[in-house]
Write a new protein. Structure first.
Length: 268
């Protein structure tokens, strides 16, 4: 972060009580070959009143614009103003005005609606700096899109949100990777690459995907094996019980016959 932003962060801590833990102290992530836009600003967002070269902010004017309001009505408080540091020549003034009008960023025209508690894009001011410096609040959402001539083959989520985590603010990382449209993408037609069935060099050849066994099939086989084992054990126990019962009957029959035989001999 630039030293000037750190100073502004300190300024916010001093001048905006109650917002100390809600200010995003870091800039949104920088995504290669992409740019971001903001559809709406959180209440508490500040914009520096910076001027272009040859102009400066009057000391009587506030150094920032502030998005203020409540859940029903929000607006930008204060207005930025830039005055010339000296009396420029008419030609220089005309050239500066032309550069200013040509290089000002276009305001987004696709705003669907303005949510309560949010401010729209602040209006430009004469001779304002071409680079706007914002101080965002927790909850601010930034939308990314690939620059002209680039695209994301995987169509990742191009959004970053400033969050408070363990007492510190951080921006979520957008899942956006912009590549040149002229490059030969390894993923044609924006589709995910097919899974290869060939093993990498130097490794053992794996079986085709169609013959690989899933966890469900393995569990099913194990369950069937266990069931057959249980049935076999139960059958063996039943057979053993029948054999023991038969032996017991034979022993009882033998003992009964022996007693009767001894009894009949005694009577003789």
């Amino acid at each position: 972060m630039e030293p000037r932003l750190r100073m502004w962060g300190l300024f916010i801590v001093i001048m905006v009580p109650g917002c100390v833990t809600e200010v995003c102290l870091h800039d949104p992530p920088d995504i290669r070959n992409a740019m971001f836009k903001i559809l709406r600003y959180e209440v508490g967002t500040m914009l520096n009143c910076d001027c272009e070269k040859g102009f400066r902010r009057p000391s009587s004017r506030p150094p920032y614009m502030l998005c203020t309001g409540n859940s029903s009505h929000s607006f930008w408080e204060n207005r930025c103003q830039c005055d010339p540091t000296s009396n420029p020549s008419p030609l220089a003034e005309k050239e500066a005005t032309w550069i200013h009008s040509q290089r000002l960023p276009n305001l987004p025209l696709e705003l669907p609606f303005l949510l309560p508690g949010h401010c729209e894009e602040p209006p430009p001011w004469e001779h304002g700096s071409l680079k706007r410096i914002y101080h965002f609040m927790v909850g601010q959402t930034v939308h990314y899109q690939c620059a002209q001539g680039f695209r994301d083959p995987r169509r990742g989520l191009g959004k970053s949100i400033c969050e408070m985590t363990r007492g510190k603010t951080r921006w979520t990382q957008p899942q956006l990777k912009c590549r040149s449209e002229t490059e030969n993408s390894q993923f044609p037609d924006d589709e995910d690459p097919p899974l290869s069935t060939e093993a990498p060099p130097g490794s053992e050849t794996s079986r085709p995907l169609t013959t690989q066994r899933t966890d469900f099939e393995e569990h099913t086989d194990v369950a069937a094996t266990m069931a057959s084992f249980i049935l076999t054990t139960e059958y063996q126990i039943a057979v053993a019980g029948c054999v023991l019962l038969l032996i017991s009957i034979l022993l009882l029959s033998g003992l009964t016959w022996q007693r009767r035989w001894k009894k009949s001999r005694g009577t003789i």
